[in-house]
Design a protein around this ligand. Structure first.
Ligand SMILES: NC(=O)c1ccc[n+]([C@@H]2O[C@H](COP(=O)([O-])OP(=O)(O)OC[C@H]3O[C@@H](n4cnc5c(N)ncnc54)[C@H](OP(=O)(O)O)[C@@H]3O)[C@@H](O)[C@H]2O)c1
Length: 221
């Protein structure tokens, strides 16, 4: 049995991954996010439990699980507006969610990862973690930042913990809501992207796909 935790399983990519993994044999999968249900004393595979990771990044409720074989970090939001219109509060809240919260959460998850024979952590950066886009300065900063954190951890934790970073292009999730000029038809469906992420669980532990860029056929939209 492989134990998997998804940070940010309330919607979009994380929810699609939780739904898909809950059907996979030999996998015990849990999610956490703000819209999850209250933990009631017994962990159930396939459930998304309530946690705002910007406020509480402890994981005592996982104690009965003892070990984690995989952690997928699929939480985050977008902040798309002209540079001069971003307030200090917006900038700080964005970096807190996209960068600081994964950092703090992972520090508390190390004891669980250490108990697994071949653990991995999967980070989601973005094409905005590889290059710049207009009206995306905060998002590009957080996505370059998370990629940098992942690169450092890969070196610090090798060979015991593998660290995968995926740089996705457009995936049709709520993160695109309110942005004009982009068609969901041109994007990857979250359930298809979830299947890609799920494949990491079946890799031989001697394979480390350090970085992958996953784009729809139209490329960067
Ligand atoms: N969609 C794309 O095209 C795309 C491309 C590249 C990278 N990404 C990255 O993929 C990640 C997921 O985005 P998505 O596209 O799936 O968008 P989404 O549907 O908006 O997903 C955001 C996820 O983060 C969770 N979340 C937000 N605030 C949280 C908090 N304070 N504590 C815990 N969980 C929280 C949400 O659940 P709750 O609302 O229940 O809290 C939800 O599960 C993001 O990091 C994004 O940058 C997306």
């Amino acid at each position: 049995m492989k134990n998997v935790l998804i940070l940010g399983a309330g919607s979009g990519i994380g929810k699609a991954l939780l739904d898909s993994l809950s059907k996979k044999k030999d996998t015990f999968v849990l999610g956490v996010s703000r819209s999850g249900e209250e933990y009631a004393g017994e962990l159930q595979s396939g459930k998304n439990y309530r946690k705002d990771i910007t406020l509480d990044y402890t994981f005592d409720f996982l104690k009965s699980l003892k070990s984690l074989d995989a952690v997928y970090i699929t939480l985050g939001n977008g902040l798309f507006k002209p540079f001069e219109k971003i307030t200090k509060e917006e900038w700080e809240a964005h970096l807190l969610l996209n960068l600081t919260a994964p950092f703090l959460a992972l520090q508390n998850l190390i004891p669980y990862l250490k108990q697994s024979p071949s653990p991995f952590v999967c980070f989601l950066s973005s094409t905005a973690g590889k290059q710049g886009f207009p009206e995306s300065s905060a998002y590009c900063a957080s996505k370059h930042g998370i990629a940098g954190l992942a690169k450092a951890l890969r070196e610090e934790w090798k060979p015991k913990v593998r660290v995968f970073t995926v740089y996705p292009g457009a995936i049709s999730t709520p993160i695109w809501e309110g942005r004009d000029g982009f068609s969901p038809e041109d994007m990857i469906r979250p359930e298809d992207f979830a299947k890609y992420l799920e494949g990491f669980l079946d890799l031989d532990p001697r394979i480390n796909i350090e970085e992958s860029i996953v784009l729809p056929p139209k490329g960067i939209l």
